[in-house]
Design a binder for this molecule. Structure first.
Ligand SMILES: O=C(O)C(=O)Cc1ccccc1
Length: 286
């Protein structure tokens, strides 16, 4: 069977690079212009899996993905792809000799954030303009050479859209990886990743706390701790119902089992917490 893989496009985004590293070339790979459009596509059955950015080592979570998953489109995480990220500055070839006069930098907000120090030092006066993806920024400037702008994107984008790289590896920290989520409507679906990648077990749980009960977060943490369930991340995001109301996303370095994780979940529910398992899956590293 040929799988249909939806990804944050257009061609040559970092998400596309992740898809080409982990999925067979014979899968059908379909670009979507935005993260929500890509997630809607898998929810509606237009594609078999959706691949979207979830977290970056320098800039943290991709809030649009997290919030759309929690508030709008209740999909499950069925896998994760971790990919090294190299950000390059590129311009239309007609500006290759005058690129230092640029007035504007266009890219995905995360790509701009990953290069803040460089941009502040080298182009303190340049305007920053956000695009839906690095690939969309590169395509835009290839079609609009009259704009005195540079784009931050990857090498594949410079080739696909015919741009000239004028400065390489401009991300502020050497260790720059992004984690992409593989999403599907049902939790137990296995993504058809290429063989040869070793995956690490992970389970992601969303927890809401009962209101006005002192110490519940401490009790939540101890439900995992005394079972020796290793928590690799806890993050809070606004519930969007008012200041001070949050949900928590918790990553465990364990696969779902029949005893420990269900036991911890029952304990949280007994405390009055809301609990939802977003997924139990393998994280694959490129
Ligand atoms: O815009 C892209 O190319 C994406 O795939 C999202 C993204 C942006 C910056 C770093 C990693 C992923």
């Amino acid at each position: 069977m040929s799988y249909r893989i939806g990804f944050l496009g257009p061609e040559a985004t970092f998400t596309h690079l992740a898809v080409s590293k982990f999925f067979h070339a014979q899968t059908e790979q379909i670009p979507y212009a935005t993260i929500p459009a890509c997630m809607d596509a898998v929810a509606g059955g237009d594609v078999d899996f959706a691949i979207v950015p979830l977290e970056n080592a320098i800039e943290g979570s991709v809030n649009l993905t997290v919030d759309y998953l929690v508030h709008e489109q209740p999909l499950h995480i069925v896998g994760e792809l971790v990919v090294p990220i190299n950000q390059h500055l590129m311009v239309h070839p007609s500006r290759a000799s005058s690129w230092r006069d640029l007035e504007k930098i266009i890219s995905h907000s995360h790509a701009i954030a990953q290069c803040h120090r460089y941009l502040h030092k080298e182009f303190p006066k340049a305007e920053h303009s956000h695009a839906a993806s690095t690939g969309a920024a590169a395509r835009h400037i290839s079609l609009n050479p009259h704009e005195n702008a540079a784009v931050i994107a990857n090498e594949m984008a410079s080739e696909v859209y015919g741009l000239t790289i004028v400065e390489r590896d401009i991300h502020d920290y050497h260790y720059n990886h992004t984690l992409f989520a593989i999403l599907h409507p049902s939790m137990n679906e296995k993504p058809p990743t290429l063989p040869g990648f070793e995956g690490k077990d992970k389970t992601t749980i969303m927890v809401t706390l009962p209101s006005d009960q002192a110490g519940t977060l401490h009790q939540v943490l101890s439900a995992f701790s005394w079972r020796k369930l290793n928590m690799s991340k806890i993050e809070s995001r606004p519930m969007k119902t008012g200041l001070g109301n949050y949900f928590f996303l918790i990553d465990l370095e364990h696969a779902m089992d029949g005893i420990l994780i269900p036991g911890a979940i029952s304990e949280l529910e007994a405390l009055g917490c809301g609990v939802k398992v977003l997924g139990s899956y393998k994280a694959f590293f490129a």
